[in-house]
Design a protein around this ligand. Structure first.
Ligand code: FES
Length: 510
C-alpha cells in the first residue's frame, strides 16, 4: 500500500520515487515499481531501461541491478526460442552412454535397477532379486536397500558415495490407487547427517518404471555441469555435459522439456528433475520434479522437500535428470476389470441415440487425444470441463468411440471426486475439511455456506449457479481454513465472511 500512497503523492507532484534521502527506501520503491510495471513494459519495449531512466536519472546507481535483470529476462526469453534451445543442445557433449530395451512390467516390477556413477562415468543395469522384492517391496524400501549397498561408516552427505536413490513402488504409475504417481527419494541429509526420505509428485517415478527400471541410484560427482538423460524412446541412457542451461529449476525444467519433446503432444512425455541455485548455498535445498500441465500449458514442479536432497543433487554437479517416456504408457492402459465387464448397465439409447451435440463434443475430445483409450481419464476431464458434468450419454458415446467398456468408465467416474455424474453449478465452491482447516473451524464455514445458498453439501442451487462440496486438504494449510471457488483459493476465512464472499464473487462473475 505504501507504494500506491507514494505513487499518489508523486502524481500530485509532492514527491518522486527517487528523491527520498533514504537509499534503502529508494531501492525498495524502485523494486516495487519494477515488479508492478515490468510485465507491462516488457510487452512494449525490448527491456525496461527506458522506464527506469524516465523515473529518475539520479537513481541510476540503484537501477543497474534492475537493468541487468531485464537483460537477463530477455536473454532467458531468447534462450527459450528454438534457436536458444538448439544452441544449448549443440553444447552438450556425451560423456557416457548405454543402450537398453525398455522392459515389460510383470506384476508391478521391471526386475532391474539403473545405477549411474558420475565420477567414473559408468552406467549399469542391475537385476532385482526375488528376495529384494519380498523383503523391501519397492519405493522407500528399495531406495534404502540400494543406499546401504553404497554407503559405509565414513560416508558423509557430500561424499561421492552418498547415493541419491529414486524409486516408485510396484503399484507406481497405475491410476487405480491414490498416491501411485509418487517417486520416493532417499540420500544422506546435509541437514541431519542421517538418512532422509521424501516422496514427491510429478511424472518421474512412473516414467522410470515405464522405461523398465524399478529404481535409480546416482553416485559419484561430475566434474562439470551435467545432465543425465534416460530416453525410453531411443533406448539410451546418457551422461552429458550441459553448460548453457539455466540452473534455476523452473527454467531448466522448461528448457529441457522443450529440448527433448518432439512435438507439442510429446511434452507430456518429458519429466525433469532439477535443483536450483539456492540448493548450492543452503543445507535444505529441495529437489524439483516436473510435469507438463497440459491444461495450463506450462511445465509445473513438485518438490521433494525434506532434508536437503536438492543440496546433495547440486553437490554432485547435476543440472538435471531427464526422463523421456514412450508415448505408450503401459500401466495407464489398465485393462477393464472382469467385474466391470460383467456389470450390465441399464440399457441406454446407445450411442446413436445421443444428442448430436454431446456426440460431437465427445468425438472432438477423443480426436484431441488421438483416439487412444489409455487417455480416457483426460478425455473425461475435458468432457467434464465442457459440460460441467459427465452425462450418461457422454459416457456411452465415449465408450463407443474408444472401445473402453461402460462399466470401466463408470468405475473411473465414480472413483475420482473430480468427476460428477450430475450437473454442477457454474461456480464450484469447495470447503476444505482437511485436518488443518477442520481444527480452524471449517465445518462452521461449510454450514454458513449451506445457510447462505440454501443447499446442503454436495448439492447445486436451483439456478445452477453454485455447487457446494466438502473436500480434503487443498494443499494450502498455512492459510487454513481454506475455500476454493473455481480456480481461486481464499484463505483465513471465517463464517462471517461467507455472505460477502458470495456477493463479491457473484458481482465479479457478472
Ligand atoms: S487442511 Fe485445508 S488446505 Fe490443508
Amino acid at each position: 500500500m505504501g507504494f500506491f500512497r507514494a505513487a499518489g503523492r508523486w502524481a500530485k507532484g509532492e514527491k518522486t520515487f527517487g528523491t527520498t534521502e533514504n537509499p534503502p527506501a529508494r531501492v525498495a520503491w524502485l523494486c516495487a515499481a519494477g515488479a508492478v510495471f515490468r510485465p507491462i513494459i516488457h510487452k512494449a519495449l525490448p527491456f525496461n531501461f527506458y522506464f527506469y531512466i524516465g523515473v529518475k536519472a539520479s537513481s541510476f546507481e540503484f537501477l543497474l541491478p534492475g537493468i541487468v535483470r531485464s537483460f537477463g529476462a530477455n536473454e532467458r526469453n531468447h534462450m527459450h526460442t528454438s534457436h536458444g534451445i538448439e544452441k544449448m543442445r549443440a553444447a552438450h557433449h556425451i560423456l557416457a552412454a548405454l543402450d537398453f530395451t525398455p522392459a515389460a512390467l510383470e506384476r508391478g516390477y521391471a526386475g532391474r535397477t539403473l545405477r549411474i556413477d558420475l565420477s567414473s562415468k559408468s552406467i549399469e543395469i542391475r537385476p532385482v532379486s526375488q528376495q529384494m522384492k519380498e523383503l523391501w517391496t519397492g519405493g522407500k524400501g528399495f531406495d534404502l536397500w540400494l543406499m546401504f549397498q553404497e554407503i559405509d561408516k565414513d560416508t558423509k552427505w557430500d561424499s561421492p558415495n552418498n547415493p541419491i536413490c529414486m524409486s516408485s513402488g510396484p503399484l507406481g504409475g497405475t491410476t487405480s490407487f491414490p498416491g501411485s504417481g509418487k517417486t520416493l527419494v532417499t540420500s544422506l541429509s546435509p541437514s541431519t547427517h542421517s538418512v532422509m526420505d521424501c516422496n514427491v509428485g510429478g511424472y518421474f517415478g512412473p516414467y522410470l518404471k515405464f522405461a523398465g527400471f524399478d529404481a535409480l541410484t546416482i553416485v559419484g560427482k561430475a566434474t562439470e555441469e551435467t545432465v543425465v538423460c534416460i530416453d525410453a524412446v531411443a533406448g539410451k541412457v546418457t551422461i552429458e555435459t550441459a553448460p548453457l542451461e539455466s540452473i534455476d529449476a523452473h527454467l531448466v525444467c522448461e528448457e529441457l522439456t522443450e529440448m527433448y519433446a518432439q512435438s507439442d503432444w510429446d511434452r507430456r512425455n518429458i519429466a525433469v528433475v532439477a535443483a536450483g541455485k539456492a540448493a548450492e548455498h543452503a543445507y535444505m535445498g529441495v529437489l524439483n520434479f516436473s510435469f507438463w500441465d497440459w491444461r495450463r500449458r506450462v511445465t509445473r514442479l513438485k518438490q521433494a522437500g525434506r532434508g536437503g536432497i536438492g543440496t546433495v543433487f547440486r553437490n554432485k554437479n547435476i543440472k538435471a535428470l531427464v526422463l523421456r517416456n514412450r508415448d505408450y504408457t503401459p500401466s495407464w492402459s489398465v485393462a477393464p476389470s472382469k467385474a466391470a465387464s460383467l456389470i450390465e448397465l441399464p440399457a441406454s439409447s446407445g450411442c446413436c441415440g445421443c444428442p448430436k451435440s454431446t456426440k460431437d463434443d465427445v468425438q472432438q475430445v477423443v480426436a484431441k487425444w488421438h483416439h487412444k483409450p489409455e487417455y480416457v481419464i483426460e478425455m473425461m476431464q475435458d468432457i467434464q470441463e465442457k459440460h460441467r458434468h459427465i452425462s450418461r450419454e457422454a459416457l456411452d458415446a465415449l465408450s463407443h468411440a474408444t472401445g473402453v467398456s461402460r462399466g470401466h468408465l463408470y468405475h473411473i467416474a465414480t472413483f475420482y471426486k473430480a468427476f460428477s455424474l450430475t450437473p454442477r453449478g457454474e461456480n464450484v465452491l469447495q470447503v476444505c475439511l482437511g485436518t488443518a482447516c477442520h481444527v480452524k473451524g471449517s465445518v462452521n464455514i461449510l454450514e454458513a455456506f449451506e445457510r447462505e445458498l440454501h443447499i446442503r453439501r454436495g448439492q447445486t442451487t436451483k439456478d445452477q449457479k453454485w455447487s457446494l462440496e466438502p473436500v480434503a486438504c487443498l494443499g494450502a494449510c498455512s492459510i487454513a481454513p481454506v475455500v476454493k471457488i473455481g480456480e481461486e483459493v481464499l484463505g483465513n476465512l471465517q463464517s462471517k465472511d461467507v455472505e460477502k464472499v458470495i456477493k463479491d464473487f457473484s458481482r465479479n462473475a457478472r
